[in-house]
Structures are given as structure tokens and as C-alpha cells.
Design a protein around this ligand. Structure first.
Ligand code: NAG
Ligand code: NAG
Ligand code: NAG
Ligand code: NAG
Length: 172
């Protein structure tokens, strides 16, 4: 019984180590943060300093009777013309997700009010840069914490697996 337990522990440890590290995952942005998709918010300022990468999402929350979310081309964006959208991202619930799955500029606006109160947003989407070889110390995000923890734990885990293995062999 004890042998079996040890064996199970060893197997679990090996599986834990083999589990893929969480990579840098796509980010979800709530447009306008806690003010959402509403008039009189400068979305150019909202987007400032944000870097959008492939497969990030924009999440729009708004009053479905007042607003919508259309993608237009650059010319139409600049003049707030919603008559020939490239894409209608509105599904009807006032909760819409724009998946940034293409590396391009997305020009989005409120088509119901023709950018009413400045409701327009342009974002440039870039390819995710390759992850750095070692996680930078200053980036204490949850991902790098996990990576850092794993890096720290790896030798410990290897050690414990080999000693557990030793034990198994000895007990056998
Ligand atoms: C945007 O679409 C309008 C209307 O279809 C067109 O006149 C204009 O040339 C287009 N602009 C760009 C940059 O494609
Ligand atoms: C966009 O799609 C929604 C949901 O299908 C529809 O209700 C709405 O009329 C469409 N808007 C435009 C401008 O095409
Ligand atoms: C991006 O996502 C949209 C909506 O889900 C889809 O229609 C489009 O084909 C996708 N584009 C690419 C390049 O995968
Ligand atoms: C939003 O802010 C940008 C950058 O400060 C400015 O250029 C733009 O005119 C503003 N837009 C509106 C509608 O106020």
C-alpha cells in the first residue's frame, strides 16, 4: 500500500512537471474601463499607453438602445461615417467582444449616433513579440510569478522525484 502511494506521488510529480507553463495569454480590455462605451469619453486617451496584440479582445458594454459598435475604414472613421461598415460587431445585447485577431488598425465607432459624443476608437494590433528568455525581475505579474516559482521549484521537484524513485527501488 505504501509502495503504491509513493508510486502515485511520483507519477503525480512527474505530471506536474510536464504540465505546460502558462504562456503570455491574450488580454481582455474593457473599453472605457468602468465608464464603458459611452459619450464624452475620449477613447484616444483611453487607448494611450496600451499596446494591443494579436488575439487580445476589446469588450464593449453599452446601452443597446442607444449605441452599437461598427468597424469602418480609416476615411470613414475620421469623418464618423457609419453608412458602409466593414463589419458590424453588434450582436444585440449591449455586450460585445471585438476579437483583435488580425494585425491591422481597427477603426471602431458608435454607428447609431455617428460617433456621438466622441464615441470612436482606433487601435493598432501588433504581433506578440517573442517572450524573453528569462522573465524580467521587474515584471511581477502573475504569469512571471508562476514562471519564477516553477524555475525555483524545478530543481526541488527533480530532486524529490529522484529521491522518491530511489525509495521505490529500495522498497522493491
Ligand atoms: C472607405 O470607404 C469609403 C466608402 O466605401 C471609400 O470612399 C473610401 O475610399 C474608403 N477609404 C479607404 C482608406 O479605404
Ligand atoms: C448589426 O447586427 C445586429 C445584430 O444582428 C443588428 O441588430 C443591427 O441592426 C446591425 N446593425 C447594422 C448597422 O448593420
Ligand atoms: C477574426 O475573427 C473574426 C470574428 O470572429 C472572423 O470572422 C475572422 O475570419 C477572423 N480572422 C482571422 C484572420 O482569423
Ligand atoms: C481626444 O484626445 C486626443 C489626444 O489628446 C485629441 O487629439 C483629440 O482631439 C481628443 N478628441 C476629442 C473628441 O476631444
Amino acid at each position: 500500500m505504501a509502495r503504491l502511494m509513493v508510486l502515485i506521488v511520483a507519477v503525480v510529480l512527474v505530471f506536474l512537471m510536464a504540465a505546460p507553463m502558462p504562456g503570455v495569454t491574450a488580454k481582455k480590455y474593457t473599453v472605457g474601463d468602468n465608464k464603458f462605451w459611452n459619450p464624452n469619453i475620449n477613447y484616444t486617451i483611453w487607448a494611450q499607453g496600451k499596446h494591443f496584440y494579436l488575439d487580445d479582445w476589446l469588450y464593449f458594454v453599452f446601452d443597446r438602445n442607444q449605441h452599437n459598435i461598427l468597424e469602418v475604414n480609416k476615411t470613414d472613421y475620421e469623418s464618423c461615417i457609419a453608412d458602409h461598415p466593414i463589419r458590424n460587431w453588434t450582436r444585440g445585447a449591449g455586450r460585445d467582444v471585438v476579437t483583435l485577431n488580425e494585425t491591422k488598425h481597427y477603426y471602431l465607432l458608435d454607428g447609431k449616433g455617428g460617433c456621438y459624443g466622441g464615441m470612436k476608437l482606433a487601435v493598432r494590433v501588433d504581433k506578440l513579440p517573442p517572450p524573453p528568455k528569462s522573465a524580467p525581475i521587474k515584471n511581477i505579474g502573475s504569469v512571471s510569478m508562476v514562471t519564477g516559482f516553477a524555475q525555483f521549484m524545478l530543481p526541488v521537484a527533480v530532486f524529490s522525484v529522484s529521491s522518491v524513485w530511489d525509495m521505490i527501488l529500495r522498497m522493491w
